[in-house]
Each structure stands twice: as structure tokens, then as C-alpha cells.
Design a binder for this molecule. Structure first.
Ligand code: GTP
Ligand code: MG
Length: 222
């Protein structure tokens, strides 16, 4: 299950433009700053793989990395806030607006973004083996993460919870990572007949790296 070789393939703005070679893929999704790029780099044991897709001035939404010439890791921009001023709406905003639309009846534009992009990718990407939903274990459960997990769950999109930053010591008043994880799982319990698989990771200590690679290889061969 080790990673021997990774190459950046392409950035796509729509599901339609993604690679069409039918190789299995895993999408990395999570809030901005949750540690997506760090996790990819830790898995791959290279410092700058996940950064190589960042070409300024281009809209990049879905970044495909081919691993061992046989499967894809897909880096999606973080949701939570717009990272670059003037950039047209990326998945970040789309996911946000989508939730607004779903839960608070946002205007039609959000609806359009939702159906054309987010929905397009998650619901129509047939080669998607699972979404790795990254959740920061160093902070208490966040509404947007819970909403995201619940949306994926309701739509039967297979997912694995990957808790990041498990190396972080608790802030003076905060809870420990394992306590935050327990709280998160408690909060989504009622939405799942079976709790999705979950893994504790740290890209600082390497915790969970081998477990995650093994997990992904099992899902691919399933
Ligand atoms: P966007 O690309 O903006 O969506 O962020 P991202 O999800 O790719 O996060 P990134 O990997 O850039 O990490 C954000 C910050 O968290 C950086 O300062 C990292 O050094 C830090 N970080 C990421 N993973 C870990 C971890 O496992 N432990 C600790 N302590 N810090 C981490
Ligand atoms: Mg990143």
C-alpha cells in the first residue's frame, strides 16, 4: 500500500473535465487550514506535491494526482472562506453557498453553483471510491464540518473521517484531540446507521499514515 510515485495530472473546474481513464480516486475535502495539503504531502513523503498544482491566475478546483500510475488522490480547495480576492467561486464558496441554499434558501446563483459543480462532482464521479473528510481534532466540532458530513451521508457518498492535527496538545482551556473526536462522533451519530470509518492522523508525527494508506488500498480492492 506504499506510495512510490506521484504525478500531478491536471486541474479541472468541472466534473466533466476530470480524467476519464476510470482509475479509482479519493477526494480530500475539508475546511481551509484543516491540513489537506500537509496530509497529502505526508502520505506521499514529499514536501511540495500538493502545492505544485497552484499556478497563479488559473482557476483550479479539482486537482488530480496520479499515484503509482494506478489511482488518484484529488485535492479540493478548502471550504470555509474565500482564499483569494477576485477569484471566481471555488469549491470553497460553492460548498458554503450550497449549505446556505440547502438550509437557509439562498438565491438562485447558489443553486446554480451547487448543481453545476459540487453536486456534479460528488454525485456523478463514478470512479470516486471515497471522500476523505478531514476534520481538525485540535478544535471542538464545527458546524460546517457537521453539515458537510451530514450532506455526504444523506447522499450515500462513501466517506472516511480523517482527524488531523492529533499531535496538538490542548490549549489551556480546550479539550484534547481524542475528546474533540468523541464529541464530533456523538453529534453525527443519529445520521448514520453505521458510523463511517475514521482514522486519527498527524502530519507532524506521521501518526495514522500507514493506517490510512492501508485503508485506502482495502477500499480500492473492495
Ligand atoms: P488550504 O489549502 O488553505 O485549504 O489549507 P490546507 O487544508 O491545505 O492546510 P495546510 O496543509 O496548508 O495546513 C494548514 C496549517 O496547519 C499549516 O500551518 C500546517 O503546518 C498546520 N498543520 C497541518 N497538519 C498538521 C498536523 O498534523 N499537526 C499540526 N500541529 N499542524 C498541522
Ligand atoms: Mg491546501
Amino acid at each position: 500500500s506504499q506510495i512510490k510515485e506521484v504525478e500531478f495530472v491536471k486541474s479541472s473546474s468541472r466534473a466533466k473535465d476530470c480524467p476519464k481513464d476510470n482509475r479509482p480516486e479519493f477526494a480530500i475535502l475539508g475546511r481551509s487550514n484543516v491540513g489537506k495539503s500537509s496530509l497529502i504531502n505526508a502520505l506521499v513523503r514529499k514536501k511540495e506535491v500538493a502545492l505544485t498544482s497552484k499556478k497563479p491566475g488559473k482557476t483550479q478546483l479539482i486537482n488530480h494526482f496520479l499515484v503509482n500510475k494506478s489511482w488518484y488522490i484529488v485535492d479540493l480547495p478548502g471550504y470555509g472562506f474565500l482564499e483569494e480576492v477576485g477569484l471566481i467561486l471555488r469549491l470553497t464558496a460553492t460548498v458554503l453557498l450550497s449549505f446556505l441554499w440547502l438550509f437557509a434558501r439562498a438565491p438562485d446563483s447558489a443553486k446554480t453553483d451547487w448543481s453545476s459543480f459540487t453536486k456534479g462532482y460528488f454525485l456523478n464521479r463514478e470512479t470516486l471510491v471515497a471522500v476523505l473528510l478531514l476534520i481538525d481534532a485540535s478544535v471542538p466540532p464545527q458546524r460546517i464540518d457537521l453539515d458537510c458530513a451530514n450532506w455526504l451521508g444523506r447522499n450515500n457518498i462513501p466517506m472516511t473521517f480523517v482527524f488531523t492535527k492529533c499531535d496538538k496538545m490542548k490549549a489551556s482551556k480546550g479539550k484534547r484531540p481524542d475528546e474533540n473526536i468523541k464529541d464530533f462522533q456523538e453529534l453525527i451519530r443519529e445520521n448514520y446507521r453505521q458510523h463511517p470509518p475514521w482514522i486519527m492522523t498527524s502530519s507532524v508525527t506521521g501518526l495514522g499514515r500507514d493506517e490510512l494508506l492501508l485503508h485506502m488500498s482495502q477500499l480500492r480492492n473492495y
